[in-house]
Design a binder for this molecule. Structure first.
Ligand code: PLP
Length: 393
């Protein structure tokens, strides 16, 4: 069966070069990097080379890179590490559109007595920087604001946010899980203290993440154990995956240009054709400050889940909101925060591309999607009511 995979913000294919780089570390080089003997030592050297590759892409120092098990762990480590470092401060600032790795942790912290400020977004998914300025208090332990949204691709003004937060002397963490390889990150220019990343969004395997911790940032480990990662994350390093992560970063750097030209052009083409061919369709989020691979579209008066099911039958793999919200009948919290009308929020689909997509695949989607939407609208009572109100039925 033909498969057109356009769900890369959920997870991405492991690059063949990444797999190739990892294999020797399952077979020949299985030493523990902490061992004193030569067999461990050579593995430790390779782990540090991978760390250097990650640091190089981010504009960081290798000593500021901590390998974790996933983006969620990095987010948890950053937030809980900051709260533990400033026990007297009980206030946290975040946004209403974060991934559940942040959102659900904040909800948990709220139940534990922390005060959480969730900043709002406008209809385009943009933040109000004055609202951020006004919410920072003496009590604030950390500001955590995502770099780019996983559902809409909207990119927040991280440079300005960093300036505002650091001016007040507050630690700043950003969840940049969707960003590496799509737009450049230069930590030399950004006032970010901690930044979370995940391998499986950039063609490394699932189960490897990174937490950047800027030198001088107060931090206490989330996973307490051995002295690995300079005491910032206990547990024997996942060597093959770390090697794969290093390779994936090297490839992300090499493919950045292609993401912003060819992949962006494919996304724009898909978006344009959808809007042209299907009536009552809208794009969610700021179309300028947006990741080059992502488009969130709402098809009014139909159910996102039904669209996904019919697309899936045609081999087209997309998503309705984030992977974690699909399966629930509630419209996505991101679209709700943006004030997308109920009739449109329910019928939202996210297409997220990668360098492995082709024009022919976009044409395949464009060829089939209009009929899918038409078929669902034909059986939608909301669509019938809409046509009646328009005097068209
Ligand atoms: N943060 C964002 C913005 C994400 O999109 C995701 C995954 O979808 C995560 C965090 C969680 O990353 P992981 O799946 O590696 O735990």
């Amino acid at each position: 069966m033909k498969v057109v995979y356009v769900d890369n913000n959920a997870t991405s294919r492991v690059a063949p070069e990444v797999l190739e780089a990892m294999l020797p570390y399952f077979k020949e080089y299985y030493g523990n990097p902490s061992s004193m003997h030569v067999f461990g030592g050579q593995v430790a050297t390779k782990v540090n080379e991978a760390r250097e590759k990650v640091a190089d892409v981010l504009g960081a120092d290798p000593s500021e890179i901590v390998f974790t098990s996933c983006g969620t762990e990095s987010d948890n480590a950053a937030i809980l590490g900051a709260l533990d470092s400033y026990p007297e401060k009980r206030h946290l600032i975040t946004t209403r559109v974060e991934h559940p790795a942040i959102g659900n942790l904040c909800a948990y912290l709220s139940r534990k007595g922390y005060r959480i400020t969730e900043l709002s977004v406008d209809r385009e998914g943009r933040m109000d920087l004055d609202e951020l300025r006004e919410s920072i208090t003496e009590e604030t332990a950390l500001v955590t604001i995502m770099y780019a949204n996983n559902e809409t691709g909207v990119v927040f003004p991280i440079e300005e946010i960093g300036e505002i937060v650091k001016e007040k002397g507050i630690p700043f963490h950003t969840d940049a899980v969707q960003v590496v390889g799509k737009i450049p990150i230069d930590l030399r220019k950004l006032k970010i203290d901690m930044l979370s990343l995940s391998g499986h969004k950039l063609h490394a395997p699932k189960g490897i993440g990174v937490l950047f911790i800027r030198k001088g940032t107060r931090f206490s480990p989330f996973i307490i154990g051995g002295h690995q990662e300079k005491g910032r994350r206990g547990g024997t390093e996942n060597v093959p995956y770390i090697i794969g992560m290093g390779k994936a970063f090297e490839l992300a750097k090499a493919h950045l240009e292609e993401e912003n030209t060819r992949v962006k052009a494919l996304r724009d083409y898909l978006e344009e054709k959808i809007l042209e061919k299907i009536p009552n369709t809208l794009v969610n989020g700021d179309r300028v400050h947006r990741l080059p691979n992502t488009v969130s579209v709402s098809f009014e008066y139909v159910e996102g889940e039904s669209i996904l099911l019919l697309l899936s039958g045609l081999g087209i793999c997309a998503s309705s909101g984030s992977a974690c919200t699909s399966g629930s009948l509630e419209p996505s919290h991101v679209l709700r925060a943006m004030g997308v009308p109920f009739t449109a929020a329910h019928g939202s689909i996210r297409f997220s591309l990668s360098i492995y997509n082709t024009k022919e695949e976009m044409d395949y989607i464009i060829q089939h999607l209009p009929a899918v939407i038409e078929r669902l609208r034909d059986i939608s009572p909301f669509w019938k009511d809409y046509l009646k109100a328009q005097g068209r039925a």
